[in-house]
Ligand binder design. Structure first.
Ligand code: F0G
Length: 457
């Protein structure tokens, strides 16, 4: 008999969950204007809104917090952090920032600008916003088959090399200040990128003298997929695989709120001495002195420990198995999800869940709301509330109606995951009774965070 993959940790400190009744949650949701972003976290039982900054730190990390060196210049904790990042990622310059988007902001500010084009497999929304803020264009280059939610591909985050070559030809290499790849590809469902693809992106960009930057948020999860899916990597450690992944790149932006096991933190890493010097000059203006940037010494100490823990094989095997377990159970019950599941989240297909609710009645928002009312579970809508666009005064729906259930790292147990699956199964059994929503108030930008909605009769 195959033994269960268990949580590779025991629990030393716990946080009590607050249970509410279904009637209470109905009222809480009404007061939150049918937008779970406006619900207080205390009123949520299982919070799957994001895997970012929500990790549980280990006892070793908490120990690191106590010995963090808060010196303004040349802190011992920075040196430890810098050494760890250099060991794992291999880049010469390590520039600490308070989170991932601060690294993006510095890089895009230095290299972006009107007329420039920045390719990626899929830009995460902060990356896209930072590119576009400079006047540059952010272009997503996934192969067409990777856009089909039902299509099972081992490396569905791979960037389309032919599209990359065409883009460079069309706009000219001098207008591509750098190229990116996001591992794993969050916007595309947490899908991994293969080593072969990373190598091919690097060769293509380098042939034109274009620097290659990796958005490395979930690099350890990506390394695990390479180890378990790509021929030739089964006997390598995740750290060796990570080393190889980054050896093909010229730099990385990283949110340490994901695979750094941090509640805050990030970095920009670069090999180019001149660019690094310019980045540090901006860092001092916006984040802080180069040996702490946007972080406290204790954060850097805890992150230096967390980065190694994220590369632990037992941890990664459990992490990916948890996501897979939830996904398989839902598939078994006929609940449509983006397939195969990625590394940090399960994405539900709300169009399939609620075929009777048209996109402009926001089926994915309905599902997020129903999930909250039925079980106190909070997910996030990635559909027409988030990405709907107004064209000539007429609202255009998004291309997909998804709900992301992102699993915080080391926070919830198998029983929590089973509970989430059960709530979804109940909702699926009663799906016919769900009704659509309409937006009654919305801000001009990023409306999903604060939009107010109400149920249609
Ligand atoms: N890149 C990717 C791929 C991300 O997923 C995120 C954040 C960032 C960059 C920005 O990092 O938040 O530290 O500034 N993703 C979070 C999420 C917010 O919920 O997926 P940050």
């Amino acid at each position: 008999m195959r033994r269960e993959i268990i949580e590779p940790f025991r629990i030393k400190s716990v946080e009590r969950l607050r249970f509410t009744t279904e009637a209470e949650r109905r009222e809480i949701l009404r007061q939150a204007k049918y937008n779970p972003f406006l619900i207080d976290a205390e009123d949520v039982l299982i919070d799957l809104l994001t895997d970012s900054g929500t990790s549980a730190m280990s006892a070793e990390q908490w120990g690191g917090i106590m010995v963090g060196d808060e010196s303004y210049a040349g802190s011992r904790s920075f040196r430890r952090f810098e050494k760890t990042v250099r060991q794992i990622f291999g880049f010469r310059h390590v520039i600490p920032t308070h989170q991932g988007r601060a690294a993006e902001k510095i890089l895009c500010g230095l290299l972006g600008g009107p007329g420039k084009v920045i390719p990626n497999n899929s830009h995460f929304d902060t990356t896209r916003a930072n590119v576009e803020f400079t006047g540059a264009q952010a272009v997503d280059l996934l192969p067409d088959e990777a856009r089909d939610p039902a299509r099972e591909l081992p490396f569905k985050g791979d960037l389309d090399i032919a599209k990359l070559e065409k883009l460079i030809r069309d706009v000219g290499p001098s207008n591509v200040p750098f190229g990116m790849v996001t591992v794993t590809n969050n916007a595309g469902g947490g899908q991994p990128v293969s080593m072969a693809n990373i190598r091919a992106i690097s060769e293509t960009l380098r042939a034109h003298g274009i620097p290659f930057i990796v958005d490395a948020c979930r690099f350890a999860e990506n390394a695990w997929f390479i180890k378990t899916r790509e021929p030739g990597y089964a006997d390598k450690t995740p750290a060796e695989i990570a080393n190889e992944m980054f050896s093909y790149a010229d730099g990385a932006t990283m949110s340490l709120k994901k695979d750094g096991f941090g509640n805050i933190g990030g970095f920009l890493a670069l090999n180019d001495d001149v660019l690094a010097e310019r980045a540090r000059a901006v860092l001092i203006l916006t984040e802080g002195f180069p040996t702490y940037g946007g972080m406290a010494g204790r954060d850097m100490e805890a992150l230096a420990i967390g980065l190694w823990e994220a590369l632990d094989e037992r941890y990664l095997s459990y992490r990916i198995a948890t996501v897979r377990y939830l996904a398989d159970r839902l598939i078994e019950r006929g609940i449509a999800i983006v397939r195969p599941p990625g590394g940090h989240a399960v994405y539900l297909d709300a169009k399939d869940f609620y075929p009777h609710i048209p996109p402009l009645e926001y089926p994915a928002q309905v599902l997020v709301n129903e999930l909250y009312v039925a079980g106190g579970v909070r997910g996030v809508e990635i559909g027409s509330v988030m990405f709907g666009r107004c064209v000539d005064g007429v609202e255009q729906p998004a291309h997909q109606e998804l709900v992301r259930l992102a699993l915080p790292r080391r926070v919830y147990t198998q029983a929590h995951v089973i509970y989430v699956a059960q709530v979804l199964e109940e909702l699926h059994d009663n799906r016919g009774s769900a009704r659509g929503l309409r937006i009654v108030k919305q801000p001009p930008y990023l409306r999903h965070f604060t939009a107010e909605l109400e149920p249609l009769d």
